[in-house]
Design a protein around this ligand. Structure first.
Ligand SMILES: [Zn+2]
Length: 483
């Protein structure tokens, strides 16, 4: 809720008309401009300006172990930086944001999300072996153009922002060409979200062909930003026996691992296949720069390897209770947590589910409850910590975001607590974990820019984003049907 209504309305109208021009064209800006070299890395512009804000009298969950919670606290933000957090702050000249009846907290941090395929949700049927998430994305991935990648990433990010997600890890396992990489990154930048883009191989990329190291180096050089808004990483394909779908040889896996490490980039890999952790551990391929995904089906020896190497793990509970559970069993959260392994949460595939991070927390809570049989060992505060500060640690950005304290960048959300599904609120962590939903997200600020106000996106036309994503998905499916 903003006190300065004149500013609110004027600014909103200006942005609704003029923002994200290139995004509105539905084409990657870099491609549309035909630009080359360094200039291609520039954001399309059109994002709301940073300013000075005093977020006043909210129930502030700083997630900072020293600052703790402030039931009626203020957050002062100037030019994207949190200047102060505390009760009754003075900030003459700052725009006042009335945060009464709101939780003020760090934005959610996603640690693994295949954004490119978001719009394909219109074709995915989980109960049909031919039309499920995997067969669909594998079948149609190569028919996805850079423009389609842009439309899919933009759709997912917009859904994420409206759900309170301020950082995404774009796990691009369909980087078909350099233009696809540029298009995905352009969508991330146009939407103003903080991100890591992890470069991968396209769907259908030959299992004996290395990934495109030269282009990965170009992307790093061209796009990685010093302002902390965009990090670059790489997705590894899964090694395995010949004939396994998409699996590559251990030799190629090692050479890709070494090539990426030489570039100084963090890596990530899906850990579905049995004994993969054992293979990686024996080949000394685990470590803090290797973000593992799907903690399921590990032997005690494999768990020890992960613990000894402090390899971080991303948990995607919704997918791990559905698609991934079928093959790999329950989520080994408590074992990894006891070993001190860095853990975070993720959406994984909003084409198969959605980008509701409240639901991600809840799925983790319920799956743990069912597994242990004991009432609520995984507490709501820990869930919120996993969804914010721990996610930032996983992505190596906890010095910038993940908690609300002076000196950090202002990635924060306001969640309404007087809404019908939240009121009357007792413990704010219980309210978030048990009752919260994206519809309660009132305000989203990323790096000091207010991207969502009153539950509405400030810088792009959502109806148009949805329309163009639908057209894109139908086009991909039509081309795939023609073969
Ligand atoms: Zn995944």
């Amino acid at each position: 809720m903003f006190c300065n209504c004149t500013w609110h309305r004027r600014d909103f109208l200006k942005l609704a008309g003029g923002a994200s021009t290139l995004a509105a064209l539905g084409a990657p800006a870099a491609l549309a401009q035909g630009a080359s070299g360094k200039g291609r890395g520039r954001a399309a512009g059109g994002l709301p300006a940073r300013g000075e804000y005093l977020i006043r009298a909210g129930h502030v969950l700083t997630m900072d172990p020293v600052l703790g919670d402030l039931p009626a606290g203020d957050v002062h933000v100037r030019n994207g930086t949190i200047v102060a957090v505390g009760p009754r702050l003075a900030a003459p000249g700052a725009r006042v944001v009335d945060a009464r009846d709101r939780i003020v907290m760090p934005g959610f941090i996603d640690t693994h999300w295949h954004l490119w395929c978001t719009a394909l949700r219109l074709a995915i049927r989980a109960d049909d072996p031919q039309e499920g998430y995997f067969p669909t994305t594998i079948r149609v991935g190569r028919h996805c153009t850079p423009q389609d990648a842009y439309a899919g990433v933009r759709l997912g990010v917009v859904e994420g922002l409206l759900s309170g997600i301020t950082t995404v890890h774009d796990w691009s396992h369909n980087t078909v060409t350099p233009e696809h990489a540029d298009a995905e990154i352009q969508a991330l930048k146009d939407m103003g979200v903080r991100a890591r883009f992890s470069y991968g191989a396209g769907q259908g990329h030959a299992a004996d062909r290395p990934m495109n190291f030269a282009d990965l180096a170009r992307v790093k050089q061209q796009w990685m930003s010093s302002d902390g808004m965009l990090g670059i990483g790489a997705c590894l394909r899964t090694p395995g026996p010949g004939g396994t779908r998409g699996a590559i040889s251990v030799e190629l896996f090692r050479s890709e691992f070494e090539g990426i490490r030489k570039l100084g980039l963090p890596m990530t890999i899906h850990c579905g296949p049995k004994n993969l952790i054992d293979l990686m551990g024996r080949n000394e391929l685990l470590g803090p720069d290797m973000l593992l995904v799907h903690p399921q089906g590990m032997t005690p020896g494999e768990l020890k390897m992960v613990g000894d190497t402090k390899s971080p793990y991303s948990i995607a509970p919704v997918i791990e209770m559905s698609y991934s559970a079928v093959r790999n069993g329950t989520i080994q959260y408590s074992e990894l947590n006891a070993l001190g392994v860095p853990l975070g949460l993720s959406v994984d595939a909003s084409a198969a589910t959605n980008a509701d991070f409240f639901n991600v927390m809840r799925a983790r809570m319920w799956s743990e409850w069912q597994r242990t049989g004991a009432p609520l060992r995984l507490k709501p505060r820990r869930l919120v910590e996993l969804a914010t500060l721990e996610g930032a640690r996983l992505l190596g950005i906890a010095d910038k975001v993940g908690s609300l304290s002076a000196g950090k960048r202002a990635d924060l959300i306001l969640v309404r607590t007087a809404d019908i599904n939240m009121a009357p609120m007792g413990d704010p962590y219980y309210a978030l974990a048990f009752q919260g939903q994206p519809a309660n997200v009132d305000t989203v600020m990323v790096d000091g820019r207010v991207l969502v106000r009153g539950g509405r996106l400030a810088h792009a036309d959502v109806a148009r984003v949805v329309k163009e994503a639908g057209e894109s998905a139908r086009g991909i499916l039509a081309r795939a049907a023609r073969g």
